[in-house]
Write a protein of this length. Structure first.
Length: 236
């Protein structure tokens, strides 16, 4: 009994951690790539100074972090609304389609190899408590876990902050250099190192090959910046 009690908080913590890591990955990936590509594109325009690049970059970081955070908030809200509507429907179904729901419940246990007798006993017990029965059907029939009410706000904050942190990295190079081309050179070095490090740890945390993750994340960032640089060059 004691070990089960110890194990439980660890599982919960791990789940929370996964959600937070996912938010940071979303925010940081775009934060490192978009402002880096924007600054690279502006660097190729001859009339542009470092001051203009920094101003434009900061404006993009503010707008981007709000947009990304809002996206995360709405995704979290949608998840809660979806869960609530399914919950209402499930309560209605156990009342209006009692036998059908019992059958669905028994089918779930049949998949786990329980005998028809065992299925009847368990379903009889479950059906005594509407809340427990609905909770069981939500998890095992629909595969839905009850979302955290605060999740949407936390998600918005995590994604927005990760985007700002990511965006400041490529922009910082233009703060201590005098020309856009110098800024771009240092920005490339700093951002590529950060992309590689971020890609490495992101993959390590999510259980993928860290080296492949580092290479993949770096290539995506470099391609985005090269495209922006090339297009800006072409038009200017």
């Amino acid at each position: 009994m004691q070990t089960h009690h110890h194990g439980h908080p660890h599982v919960e913590k791990h789940f929370e951690q996964t959600e937070t890591v996912r938010d940071i990955v979303i925010g940081m990936s775009d934060g490192l790539t978009v402002p880096f590509a924007l600054a690279a594109g502006l660097s190729s325009v001859s009339s542009v100074s470092n001051g203009i690049i920094i101003t434009a970059g900061l404006a993009e970081i503010i707008a981007g972090s709000i947009a990304m955070g809002l996206g995360g908030y709405l995704a979290g809200k949608t998840e809660i609304e979806h869960y609530d509507s399914e919950l209402k429907r499930e309560y209605m179904e156990i009342k209006d389609f009692y036998e059908t729901e019992r059958k669905e419940c028994k089918d779930i246990f049949a998949e786990y190899g329980l005998s028809p007798q065992s299925q009847d006993i368990i379903v009889d017990e479950l059906a005594k408590n509407d809340d427990k029965w609905v909770d069981f059907m939500m998890k095992f029939e629909l595969g839905l876990e009850k979302p955290d009410i605060n999740r949407a706000r936390q998600s918005a904050r995590n994604i927005g902050l990760a985007y700002i942190v990511g965006g400041i990295v490529p922009l910082s190079a233009y703060m201590f250099t005098s020309t856009p081309m110098n800024g771009l050179m240092f920005s490339c070095i700093i951002t590529i190192l950060c992309l590689a490090t971020f890609g490495y740890y992101k993959s390590k945390v999510t259980g993928q090959s860290p080296l492949q993750g580092a290479i993949r994340t770096t290539i995506i960032g470099v391609l985005a910046a090269s495209a922006a640089f090339g297009i800006a060059r072409m038009f200017s």
